[in-house]
Write a protein that binds this ligand. Structure first.
Ligand code: GDP
Ligand code: MN
Length: 399
């Protein structure tokens, strides 16, 4: 789960990481009221959406004149921001952060995430703060510093010194070397205690009066640990999530929306991935990843079916079930129920194997639905692609 910048900053503050004084507001009146309470040479008005790149897209405005805050708030609220992280559809701004400005002497980059190779937490830091870190990684990778933290011993002073001296902080501002190392320790504690999977502070700034402040904050949390953190759960913003993914999570389905046109209903994550692969191999693209789970019931299957049919891009459905704990006739009942309820006008290809497969196939064949039953995975994939039209060019055609 992702959270907003203002929420990340609230949590940072709880862990002793300095952030600017600020408040989240939802309307112009509140923006004006809060600005009146700030005593600062510069006021900052920031769009709150779950995406970076807001600065470049016009979602971060600064003014020295307090009277201009309501006007800036009005300009940004309700606007749809398109950044390199939102996709072309953009994100509508419903909340703002009104903050005191910082007098920036130097912008740094700092993040903490899980290193895929070692499985250890890793700090990534750079003196090239404020920029898109992807650009730095592509053009000057030597400016990215990495420091792995052994989770068995936790963050140590030498980890902090490696980063501080690696960044050349003593030359930038000697007074912030120790505060920087202390901040890394706080950030590590936050990361571990709250089960974050990624924390990014870009920029982490050194101010003219030699303070170290997190000017931006992006945090992702491990969904599997949310039950332990009511405070983090309360930060969930459904406006920032894909509506079909919300409906899926309410039904305990593992669903990820994709861009293709073949809806997939599969039990088991491994089989779901194999299904996506085989659709691609047959020349098309999956519209989603959907794992109805090992303990799928008639109801969860029906819910999955409704979700697939709500996606307007879906031109056909591929049901691929290996009956183990899930019995195939249950799946068939789910499909038939959902079909009666929502009405299916698009082709459906079913491959059922395993427990009670015969019974499941028979139920579907006698249901009067427009369902084709395939003998195996490859035949099923070819059938659904033939019924929905090829989307992908073969390698030799593309070349
Ligand atoms: P992002 O573009 O979505 O990553 O949003 P950020 O919070 O990083 O803001 C973008 C940029 O706005 C920062 O890199 C800063 O250069 C600038 N900015 C944000 N807050 C302040 C501030 O208080 N003072 C100054 N001078 N610049 C700021
Ligand atoms: Mn930023």
């Amino acid at each position: 789960m992702n959270v907003h910048e203002f929420q990340a900053k609230q949590l940072f503050a709880q862990f002793g990481i300095a952030v600017p004084k600020g408040k989240e507001v939802k309307n112009v009146g509140a923006a004006e009221k809060w600005a009146a309470k700030l005593d600062t040479p510069v006021y900052v008005v920031k769009a709150q959406i779950h995406a970076g790149g807001r600065g470049k897209a016009g979602g971060v405005k600064l003014t020295k004149n307090r009277a201009e805050v309501p006007g800036l708030a009005k300009e940004i609220l309700g606007k749809t921001l398109v950044t390199h992280q939102t996709g072309p559809k953009g994100r509508k701004v419903r909340r703002l952060l009104i903050e005191e400005g910082a007098a920036i002497a130097k912008e740094l980059y700092l993040s903490l995430l899980v290193d895929r190779d070692s499985g250890w937490p890793v700090f990534i830091a750079s003196t090239e703060g404020g920029m898109e870190i992807e650009e730095v990684a592509a053009h000057s990778p030597e400016k990215l510093l990495k420091e792995l933290i052994d989770p068995a011993v936790g963050f140590q002073g030498y980890n902090g010194r490696n980063l501080a001296f690696g960044l050349g902080l003593p030359a930038i501002e000697p007074a912030i070397v120790n505060p920087f190392i202390a901040m890394l320790g706080n950030l590590y504690r936050f990361f571990m205690e709250k089960n974050a999977t990624m924390v990014e502070i870009n920029p982490l700034v050194v101010t003219h009066d030699k303070r170290l402040i997190a000017l931006d904050g992006k945090v992702s949390f491990d969904d599997n640990s949310l039950f332990k953190h009511a405070d983090v759960q309360a930060f969930r913003d459904l406006h920032e999530e894909e509506p079909l993914e919300i409906e899926a999570s309410n039904n305990n389905l593992n669903y990820v929306k994709l861009d293709g046109n073949i809806g997939c209903m599969v039990n088991g994550a491994g089989l779901a991935m194999a299904t996506m692969d085989v659709i691609k191999l047959a020349g098309s693209e999956p519209a989603n990843f959907l794992d109805v789970g090992g303990g799928a019931t008639k109801e969860t299957v029906a819910a999955g079916f409704r979700i697939l049919l709500k996606d307007k891009k879906v031109k056909g459905i591929f049901i691929n079930i290996f009956g183990g704990i899930v019995r195939c006739e249950r799946i068939a009942h789910g499909v038939i129920d959902a079909a009666k309820e929502v009405g299916i006008k698009i082709p459906v290809v079913v491959r059922l194997q395993g427990t009670n497969a015969e019974e499941g196939r028979k139920l579907l064949a006698e249901s009067g639905l427009n369902v084709e039953v395939a003998a195996d995975l490859w035949e099923a994939a070819q059938k659904i692609v033939a019924l929905t039209g090829k989307k992908r060019k073969k390698k030799e055609e593309a070349a």
